[in-house]
Write a new protein. Sequence first.
Length: 119
Amino acid sequence: MENLSLCRRFDKILSKEINATIVYEDDKALAFRDIEPQAPVHVILIPKQRDGLTRLANAEKRHRDILGHLLYVAKKIGEQEKLQEGYRVVINDGPKGCQSTYHLHLHIMGGRQMKWPPG
């Protein structure tokens, strides 16, 4: 089931009703620092238009451009945050993937040695 309060939080960040530490913004995407970081650098990247893309499993052919754009922006954020030694890009999908906010979003995490397996 969708966590609507968290979805609304993302909507309010997009509309600037809620303050967030924004690290990147363009016409298609917005990135901000996670309020409960799991690494020294932990950025959330979201598309500005949900367009039915509440989770990766809902992606359709029409979402190809935004999905590619989000990955390219994740790379730009890695450079901007000086994560040249590496970083992790995560998309949690659905209940068993621990997705808590049903507005597709990417986690960009770095600044420390990441471990494997993650979960």
